[in-house]
Design a protein around this ligand. Sequence first.
Ligand code: PRT
Ligand code: ZN
Length: 213
Amino acid sequence: MMTKLKIAVQKSGRLSEDSLKLIKECGIKFNNGRGTLKAEASNFPIEFLFLRDDDIPGYVEDGIADLGIVGENVLVEKSKGLDINKRLGFSKCRLSLAVPKSENYTDINYFEGKNIATSYPNLLQKYLDEKGINADIHEISGSVEIAPGIGLAEGVCDIVSSGSTLFMNGLKEVEVIFKSEAVLISSPDMPADKKEILNKLIFRIDSVLNSKN
Ligand code: PRT
Ligand code: ZN
């Protein structure tokens, strides 16, 4: 049987369109009917798995997928042992701390003893440890920005891109703790035949990215 790579991409969300666009720009042809969970390229040894972004690092760790495209924020939050093969330059955003607009914020010591809502407890804990701040992290899976307004937390740590979500919820960004973009990830122990296909893919990605600079 011919060796193929399996690549996990986000099924629908902020990464999906640009991930598939990049694949197409690499000259790889495939059909993905709406709602399908799998697709196969017709002119390159690669198969696609369409998944929720949060599950992608785990699938790559477990070897269900050989590769994945995911936000670095999700990668770093969820996994330890994966390689970043390529930074892809899209879905740029940052993970930031924010507090109610009316607060008189001077520096990170503001958060000492405070309650912070986030979907990124590991990234936040690491940052607070580095700064020597003790705070209570309250993990919630979505709608983090409303936490201060409903009395759940005094601050939030969430993904920001334009800043308008924070603004609309009466919050201001006070610290950037992590900068993120989409990355191509793989397991560090990939067999040689797959690695060879991966190198061909990376070569094509490089020429696409270089032609944009
Ligand atoms: O369904 P699934 O689990 O697959 O998707 P998801 O809803 O968990 O993720 P999705 O599609 O929202 O985001 C996928 C990835 O895109 C993230 O992990 C980031 O790497 C990246 N990304 C880029 C963003 C944003 N920009 C972004 N603005 N992810 C989320 N947001 C959200 C943020 O959480 C906040 O609610 O948008 C809001 C802030 O945006 P601004 O422009 O108002 O600041
Ligand atoms: Zn998700």
